[in-house]
Design a protein around this ligand. Structure first.
Ligand code: ZN
Length: 282
């Protein structure tokens, strides 16, 4: 079964509240998906304190409880021991071993993978992508619509790449869907939600969520017609609580939309279960 995996950073589940922009007026497609096709899962992973990106994402993409492995929640970019853990085994490596075709749709503004490997700070997904470098998409791929920018519309790169045109969120969905049709597994990471959550700027959070929602609404129509399984989850809460600057301990959604969706959701209780369930159903 073909799978498209939407990793949306910093989106937890919380009751409606005046400071929660994840509501049906701002992002109707996302809210419909969360109410009908999601199960709440644990992102705290048996560890006190606020869940963080490095350990949350490492857990999501390795199936190892990274906060327990590290003894704490680790922020931002993984350090040497967590990087090593990701390099020993991760979702991309497991898919490759099984002969599955993988697409990491996010474009890196680089010429080749060596340039990426030389970067000092690498996200979990970058460390993972470098273990299967053939999945890495470059600025040239973006220019050919064979990748999707992390902001969806490319507006943030117009100063550097004026020749790569701005697109609509719906165009971004079409580009991502074209990639998903030709690969067994396609990952798209969106982290503007986490950045907006940290900003404590409610209007900014609404703007980011509205853009993502337009993309999501279009993508859902495509994947439903094609019978592709869409999976979505987050590494920790944040944007659903705009009165707090940091992350939250709220559960995060695990969405499965498409073939066998109820069965897929049933086995997932925390971020530890995400990689195993993808490998089970692909
Ligand atoms: Zn964050």
């Amino acid at each position: 079964m073909k799978i498209i995996f939407l990793f949306i950073d910093g989106v937890g589940l919380r009751e409606p509240a005046a400071d929660n922009p994840v509501n049906a007026e701002v992002c109707p497609a996302l809210c419909r998906l969360l109410s009908r096709h999601a199960t709440p899962i644990d992102a705290c992973l048996c560890m006190d304190g606020l869940p963080q990106s490095a350990t949350g994402q490492a857990t999501m993409f390795t199936g190892v409880n990274a906060p327990v492995f590290m003894g704490r929640h680790c922020e931002g970019f993984p350090g040497p021991s967590l990087r090593k853990k990701i390099e020993e085994g991760n979702l991309f490596m497991s898919l490759k071993k099984r002969g599955k075709s993988i697409c990491f749709a996010d474009a890196y503004l680089i010429d080749d993978a060596a340039e990426l490997a030389a970067r000092r700070f690498k996200s979990v997904t970058t460390v993972m992508a470098l273990t299967t470098p053939e999945v890495i998409a470059t600025a040239d791929d973006l220019a050919d619509d064979q990748a999707v920018m992390q902001d969806l519309t490319r507006e943030t790169i117009q100063d550097r790449y004026p020749d790569i045109p701005v697109i609509t969120p719906e165009d971004a969905a079409a580009h991502l869907f074209a990639l998903a049709r030709t690969h067994d597994f396609t990952l798209y990471e969106f982290f503007q939600t986490d950045i907006a959550g940290h900003s404590m700027d409610y209007a900014r959070a609404c703007s980011v969520l509205r853009t993502y929602d337009r993309f999501l609404a279009a993508l859902l129509r495509y994947v439903e017609a094609a019978g592709i399984l869409l999976v979505m989850t987050s590494d920790h809460g944040n944007v659903e609580s705009m009165n707090e600057q940091g992350h939250t301990r709220n559960p995060v959604p695990f969405v499965a939309f498409g073939p066998k969706e109820a069965e897929v959701r049933a086995g997932v209780k925390s971020l530890v279960d995400v990689t195993p369930v993808v490998l089970k159903y692909i």
